[in-house]
Design a protein around this ligand. Structure first.
Ligand code: ADP
Ligand code: MG
Length: 142
């Protein structure tokens, strides 16, 4: 699923997130790699829509480390920004989510890199300017 594309609005990023998620399968783990404001959460809003979950249920910033959303497939939205170590993620049962048959999507995967399953899909996002976001899907970002 190696792919590159550019978006020029938040709405376009949501649309791309939705299209991306339509190709996913139960049990997939998706890592979103990009700086603060890259558009990770907007991409997740689109993913949610693909599963029949309202975009408004996807929050940014998230203060809960894992947000469980139930649509026609479970979506487990991780925001690891505030995690100090992989141990913290283990303590809240992160690995059980990774090996569950829902889809996991992880913001700030670099915080818990040692726990990320090797078969995870990577989406890397860069922001060359205020409105443009460049996405590379399928390449391990780290
Ligand atoms: P992250 O979760 O990576 O921190 P968010 O999705 O919360 O990022 O926020 C992205 C920010 O960038 C928002 O303020 C949004 O309005 C802005 N933005 C500008 N252009 C885009 C774009 N093409 N795609 C997504 N967000 C964009
Ligand atoms: Mg975010």
């Amino acid at each position: 699923m190696e792919k590159e594309f550019t978006t020029t609005s938040p709405e376009e990023t949501i649309t791309r997130g939705k299209e991306f998620a339509q190709e996913l399968h139960p049990g997939d783990v998706v890592c979103l790699h990009g700086d603060l404001g890259a558009g990770k959460t907007h991409f997740v809003k689109g993913m949610a829509e693909a599963f029949g979950i309202a975009r408004d249920e996807i929050q940014s910033p998230t203060f809960t480390l894992i947000n469980e959303l139930q649509g026609n497939m479970s979506l487990y939205h991780f925001d690891c920004y505030r995690m100090e170590s992989p141990r913290e993620a283990l303590e809240i049962g992160a690995e059980e989510y990774f090996y569950d048959d829902g889809v996991c999507v992880i913001e700030w995967p670099e915080r818990i890199l040692s726990l990320i399953p090797p078969e995870a899909l990577w989406v890397s996002i860069e922001a060359p300017d205020k409105k443009t976001r460049k996405f590379v899907i399928g390449k391990k970002g780290l």
